[in-house]
Ligand binder design. Structure first.
Ligand code: HEC
Ligand code: HEC
Length: 268
């Protein structure tokens, strides 16, 4: 059973004793405990509020090059987040320079090797969430939808490093899915390289650079007024019109349905 902190421990003591992130994780299982527990979840005075994490315009190409460079330190999710926040920290200092980018290493190979959500998208969505953290989900979902539909439908990688480090030519394929497993398999089928090849490692490194340029482009455009973003595909929208929350409610999500479902011709 998880130990919940006593009501008498002050917020500041909590934060200094276990660190901000550890505190939030520890407390998340204790929400039901008491009003005092809920109070502990409020940001402390020395914790920068959401507005401190403002986004400012970055150069997509510079961000892509940086992601390619830092990739070996922590893989895909780390690469995209370290590139963007690293550039912001160099120009503006705090709070960007205190962000614990090392935690993003968990995203490698679709979350700690599980082949689920591609780390480039996980990291990209984390950045979108960092700069669009309001309770209302509208803006965050719009920006994320463009990033995810772009990934599903674009031949990747497209980025070419000035000096390729792990392999010269890696080919390209449309991932057709936001999942690491499917994305990697589609690329292997198209190029003939195995999932353990140097080409595959180089492919993911370049793909991280592509995703970084894309998320920077999306965030740059989000500064414009009004900002327009690409929505989920027409096909997924049509599937969801019958299966989604306003229809039969037997399906959740916006992923490319065809990447897993082969429908019989008799299907409506
Ligand atoms: C016009 C409404 C409609 C649209 C659009 C639609 N479906 Fe269906 N779908 C149905 C109905 C009705 C069933 C049968 C439900 C049952 O028999 O329980 C079904 C069944 C299914 C099933 C489960 C049974 C099976 O046949 O394997 C899947 C999976 C499915 N649909 C996926 C999709 C996907 C993916 C899309 C988009 C490409 C889609 N559907 C678009 C109405 C729709
Ligand atoms: C990553 C693979 C994957 C993707 C992408 C996916 N599905 Fe599924 N879906 C599944 C699996 C696995 C099941 C469970 C099948 C089973 O148990 O028969 C399922 C089940 C369903 C069912 C049947 C539910 C029921 O009650 O029988 C529907 C309807 C469905 N999916 C629709 C969709 C639609 C619409 C999309 C796109 C928005 C989609 N799926 C995307 C894998 C996927």
């Amino acid at each position: 059973m998880k130990q919940c902190p006593s009501k008498t421990l002050s917020r500041r003591e909590m934060i200094t004793s276990i660190g901000l992130l550890g505190g939030a994780a520890l407390l998340s299982g204790c929400r039901h405990q008491s009003q005092a527990g809920a109070d502990l979840l409020q940001p402390a005075a020395n914790n920068p509020g959401p507005s401190a994490w403002a986004y400012f315009h970055l150069d997509p190409q510079e961000a892509a090059d940086r992601a390619y460079r830092v990739y070996p330190d922590g893989s895909c999710m780390y690469g995209i987040v370290a590139a963007v926040l690293g550039m912001m920290a160099e120009r503006a200092g705090e709070p960007y320079s205190s962000f614990p980018v090392d935690m993003m290493r968990y995203g490698a190979v679709g979350v700690a090797g599980w082949g689920s959500l591609c780390g480039v998208l996980n990291g990209g969505a984390a950045l979108i969430g960092l700069f669009n953290s309001e309770k209302d989900t509208t803006q965050r979902e719009k920006l994320t939808a463009e990033l995810f539909t772009w990934y599903e439908s674009t031949a990747l990688p497209a980025y070419t490093p000035a000096t390729p480090e792990w392999a010269d030519r890696v080919g390209a394929a449309v991932p057709e899915s936001v999942l690491c497993h499917i994305s990697s398999a589609k690329w292997s089928q198209a190029t003939g390289y195995s999932s353990t090849s140097n080409e595959r490692r180089e492919r993911c490194r370049r793909l991280t650079a592509d995703g970084t340029a894309k998320v920077v482009d999306i965030l740059n455009r989000s500064l414009g007024n009004p900002a327009q973003f690409r929505n989920i595909s027409a096909e997924t929208a049509s599937c969801n019109s019958c299966h989604g929350p306003k229809g039969m409610s037997n399906s959740i999500g916006f992923m490319n349905c065809r990447s897993c479902h082969d429908l019989p011709s008799s299907h409506p």
